[in-house]
Design a protein around this ligand. Structure first.
Ligand code: ATP
Ligand code: MG
Length: 417
């Protein structure tokens, strides 16, 4: 009989992989809770309307990526493609604004989008989702991006750039829309079929198109940042001031628009050049009108989501480089040498070197096999003869070269590897 495989684009997370997930989740919880965020868990299944109203009818997510179906009583449901709409729904439904003026919430879990699976792009993927309600002050925008930076630093991710932009408000967006439509009309023939359609339904979305010839056209298109209204402009200036105050580097990217319609004012993305086309590790922004659009009170909000698969892929790539750091195995024969090796192992570990030894009194041959299995870069060999001479033999596993090092010089010599 043929064995049953998982659904395409949906992955198992096996032991050996899951440790990465645990590390990311633990670090996320620690950092978020230090900044005052509390966890919320919402269902993975929601009414379809929540997403079509929240995310926007003419976005890719709602138009073609949702897992939606009619259940047995004729109600349309969908697997959540993102978490913000669900968290806003829960916030409204449970009247959370009554507790505090400000609510800071986070959610961890799977999201579902029917996209073409490839590296860093799956049909079930996971997000760390962060939302704050009730404050429009630019301080919160800057604090959120600072927190994102603290989290990424604490987890040890390097080589990412924070892009920021302002998407204005419905008023300035309306004026810009007319100008952008005019511009796109003059370049009609060059645009892809999707963008030709977007020109009418949602012209701002064209900035998000991944087709190269569209990108070329959009290089010269009027961008929103150039025409935001005065209050939106002041808000953006203050966000930038606070970012400088917090010494958090950023890049202004007037072409970044985000893939969902609900954003207003501040938008941001964390971009990498180490994952091919899947270059966004996370992103977010303000969504001041969303609560009202979903039938709730007029309460401002801001949030972001990090894609956990992409974050972990990057960490693993960077860690693989880190694995070329020295990793040491102590092979010792005879009681005197073993006792000394035990002390030396602890000293090297305490000095910050990943070190392992044999605790079972195995033969040299079997200890060397073990060292190979651990994938160490160096083995220190200690036997009776070496103990008498007061040295250890250092074998470089890659070059297979060997040298003798006086015992008292060892920790320092190993640090210089
Ligand atoms: P992209 O432009 O790469 O499609 P997006 O703008 O659609 O990303 P968001 O909706 O902003 O993504 O989601 C936030 C983060 O979730 C992304 O930055 C990414 O890391 C991750 N993400 C989004 N879609 C997927 C997916 N299909 N598979 C894996 N991760 C994803
Ligand atoms: Mg997408």
């Amino acid at each position: 009989m043929e064995s049953i495989q998982a659904v395409k684009g949906m992955n198992d997370i096996l032991p050996g992989q899951v440790e990465w997930w645990q590390k990311v989740e633990t670090t996320a919880r620690e950092v978020l809770e230090n900044f005052g965020y509390r966890e919320i868990r919402t269902p993975v299944l929601e009414k379809l309307e929540l997403f079509s109203r929240g995310i926007g009818e003419s976005t890719d997510i709602v138009e073609k990526e949702m897992y939606a179906f009619e259940d047995r009583r004729g109600e349309w449901l969908a697997l959540r493609p993102e978490a913000t709409a669900s968290v806003v729904r829960a916030y409204i439904q449970h009247n959370l604004q009554a507790d505090f003026t400000m609510q800071k919430l986070y959610a961890l879990g799977p999201m579902f989008r029917r996209e073409r699976p490839q590296k860093g792009r799956y049909r079930q993927f996971h997000q760390i989702d962060v939302e704050a309600f009730g404050v429009d002050d630019p301080m919160l925008d800057a604090e959120m991006m600072y927190m994102l930076r603290v989290f990424l630093e604490r987890i040890g991710l390097s080589g990412v750039v924070l892009h920021i932009n302002s998407l204005g408000c419905p008023q300035c967006r309306q004026e810009h829309k007319v100008r952008l439509q005019g511009y796109l009309e003059t370049h009609q023939e060059t645009l892809c079929p999707d963008c030709r359609k977007r020109r009418h339904t949602n012209p701002l979305r064209t900035f998000d198109c991944k087709v190269e010839r569209c990108q070329k056209v959009l290089e010269k298109a009027p961008h929103l940042l150039g025409s935001i209204c005065e209050p939106c402009g002041t808000h953006f200036e203050r966000v930038k001031d606070h970012m400088e105050q917090l010494r958090t580097p950023y890049l202004i990217n007037p072409r970044m628009v985000r893939g969902l319609d609900y954003y207003t004012r501040t938008a941001f993305e964390v971009i990498t050049d180490q994952l091919g086309a899947q270059n966004a590790v996370g992103g977010g922004g303000r969504y001041n009108g969303l609560a009202q659009d979903l039938g709730g009170p007029d309460i401002p909000g801001i949030g972001f989501a990090i894609g956990m698969e992409r974050l972990i892929l990057l960490l693993q790539q960077q860690q693989e480089e880190a694995r070329r750091m020295p990793k040491i195995f102590l092979a010792a024969m005879g009681e005197r040498a073993r006792t000394h090796a035990f002390l030396l192992t602890q000293e090297l570990r305490a000095a910050g070197l990943e070190t392992e030894m044999d605790y079972e009194g195995k033969s040299l041959k079997s200890q060397m096999r073990r060292a190979d299995k651990y994938g160490v870069s160096h083995v220190l060999i200690l036997g009776e003869e070496e103990m008498d001479k007061g040295v250890a033999k250092l074998r470089n596993m890659a070059g297979k070269s060997q040298q003798e090092i006086p015992l008292e010089d060892l920790p320092a010599a190993m640090k210089n590897l």
